[in-house]
Design a binder for this molecule. Sequence first.
Ligand code: FEO
Length: 394
Amino acid sequence: MTAREIVPGVFSVGAIDWDRRLFDELIPLPQGTSYNAYLVKGEEKTALIDTVDPAKEYELISNLCRMGIERIDYVVINHAEQDHAGSLPMILEFFPDAVIVTNEKCKDLLIALLHVPAEKFRVIRDREKISLGKRTLQFIITPWTHWPETQLTFLEEDRILFPCDLFGSHIATSDLFMSDERTTYVAAKRYYAEIMMPFRTSIRGYVGTVRGLNPAIIAPSHGPLYKNPSFILDAYADWTSDTVKNEVVLPYVSMHGSTLKMVDYFTDALIARGIAVKPFNLSKTDTGELAMAMVDAATVVIATPTVLFGPHPLVVYATYLANLLRPKVRYASVIGSYGWGGKASETVVKMLDHVKVEVLEPVMVRGLSDETALRGLDRLADEILKKHQELNLV
Ligand code: FEO
């Protein structure tokens, strides 16, 4: 990606990764991604804010060379993860006099992950400022805007916030600024679900912190920049709130059709009661879609057949992920089938130990559902309706 000017003297110098389809060998990237890095020129000093994934380090160096940058005084590292910090060793080879500016925790991680020499750092504290000459960088330490060492950088005079992962989206686009609100909203919500949702309560506080800075531009390190910061701040305020929606997320697997019959019946039963339902066949779905659905649903019902004595491994995987992502769902249950016994529903419920949910009585059926089994699903649908009514969602 060629370097582009954001405002005079401030440039986007990172790289677009059009082809990447998996992040952390875990997160699907259907639209690719970008690793945004920024160059800020003051009257006296020049700062690079974050770097790029090592796979794209030559694009970053090439951008800086083509801009004629001969000196970088500071390399601000907002986050130690390699997609932003991984090109730091290469930057230090090209700009050996550059000083790395970051917080103590990030320094510690950069030394561990990248073997950066300790003497290269200038450690900053929360709200500390560095002058570039008529331009000032302020650092706000915000743990858990992905990792424990994360921080934000605010360019005060231009009111540009560089929040690294926070407010990002995995989209490869040639648009520097958001151009399509709907596409960006969906990508940002998916990104929030996959990366930020486990830290929802901390991030809710940071939304207020950022509003207090009154940024004119938010420039994250993935996806397009926001000229209208309230677009993404309002979205985050909604996603991180305690408000849930009248929705049931229904991840399922079926091997021979018994569980699928229950899923189909249960889906219709919920629709008939005015409850939105989102079924996900775990043998086909993209886990990012499932994560996104859990951002604001009130209830999750996991449907599983029994493999030997426990849940299907795809259900185990999805439940493990859901437990890590800690969605704000209020209620959970399990439905499914078994042949000769097992503890599939108990195993699934035990796996949800990080999610603060009320467990509604599961419906596990031997073999193919009969009328009694279907009445059990009606009972569960009625209970969900009652719970949603108590929350004034229906
Ligand atoms: Fe985009 Fe946590 O790295």
